[in-house]
Design a protein around this ligand. Sequence first.
Ligand code: THU
Length: 158
Amino acid sequence: MKEIKLETKIRICLLAELPEEELPVVEAALKATEQSYAPYSKFHVGAAALLEDGTIVTGSNQENAAYPSGLCAERVALFHAGHRYPDVPVVALAIAAAANGRQVGSISPCGACRQVLLEAEQRYGKPMKVLLCGTEEVIIAERAESLLPLCFGAKDLE
Ligand code: THU
């Protein structure tokens, strides 16, 4: 039997320590929570994708009375980016959430979203930084793949 140890490096950065060039995408994710349609959970999630050319594309969770028909903010943002700018790599994705009109601590993408994050990263062959935005700190993964070890991807279909 062989044992393999998988390691993920995650950085936790105080908002005040965040490099200035990363502030717009973080602010856009928080702002996007205001466009969320979440009448059932009342949990408002915003996501902002930073493209290689500096464009920021946002998304928010869109719920449905038939619950599974709704979609998370991360997928709305990445599908929005893929549709509008199919040839421009996504280099970072920021995620923020709010409840009762206030931002909550950093949240982490669900499993289905992680798979979609991975596809966005592999599609362009460029690392996509993931920023999980809290009120005082941001949790940073340098690439989507680090959030999904032993992942299934395009290479498995070859
Ligand atoms: N949600 C997101 O949009 N992103 C996440 O990372 C976690 C959960 C949404 C789905 C649903 O509309 C609400 O938050 C409560 O689960």
